[in-house]
Design a protein around this ligand. Structure first.
Ligand code: FE2
Ligand code: FE2
Length: 174
């Protein structure tokens, strides 16, 4: 049996991953309405990726025969001022999730829940990648400022993200 404190912490993390998914969906919708269809596509895929993170934790709890508690998901921010604003918020969200994963890992470790520790290692690595990607996109938007052709270029670049990439990530996480 997995320690109850660890089970509760994983349940909280499931909520947090679903909140992140919801929040990226809000960002995607805003971008689509502004006709930034590339960014909208990137963010929709990111939303799906966060959903898969939640499923990975959920499946872990189920595999360990632990109780699942699905809490209400808070409504995300729907209004943004620019693509830079969107991706800055996305990065801030990733940084927050990294802190949560660190705390969760510490809880699992101190409770000697070693199967959970092994499972959470994947999330530690994933957060390094998520923050790196987020920082790169934010840096590019800061650099191009309000130059419309460059913004459109970036939108096109973001739109090149493929669904297969997400599928491969999910598979790697199995
Ligand atoms: Fe995540
Ligand atoms: Fe993420």
């Amino acid at each position: 049996m997995v320690n109850q404190r660890v089970v509760e912490a994983i349940n909280r993390q499931i909520n947090s991953e679903l909140s992140a998914s919801y929040s990226y969906l809000a960002m995607s919708s805003w971008c689509e309405r502004q006709k930034f269809t590339g960014a909208a596509r990137w963010l929709r895929l990111q939303s799906q990726e966060e959903y898969l993170h939640a499923m990975k934790l959920l499946d872990f709890l189920l595999a360990r025969d632990c109780s699942v508690e699905l809490d209400a998901i808070e409504g995300p921010t729907m209004a943004f001022t620019s693509l830079l604003d969107v991706f800055e918020r996305g990065l801030a969200q990733e940084q927050e999730v990294s802190k949560q994963i660190d705390t969760l890992y510490e809880t699992a470790f101190t409770q000697k829940a070693f199967a959970a520790v092994a499972e959470l290692q994947w999330f530690l690595t994933e957060q390094v990648e998520e923050e790196k990607t987020g920082r790169e996109i934010v840096a590019k938007f800061r650099l191009i400022g309000n130059d419309p052709p460059s913004i459109l270029d970036m939108d096109r670049e973001l739109g090149a993200r493929t669904a297969i990439e997400v599928a491969a990530d999910a598979k790697a996480g199995n």
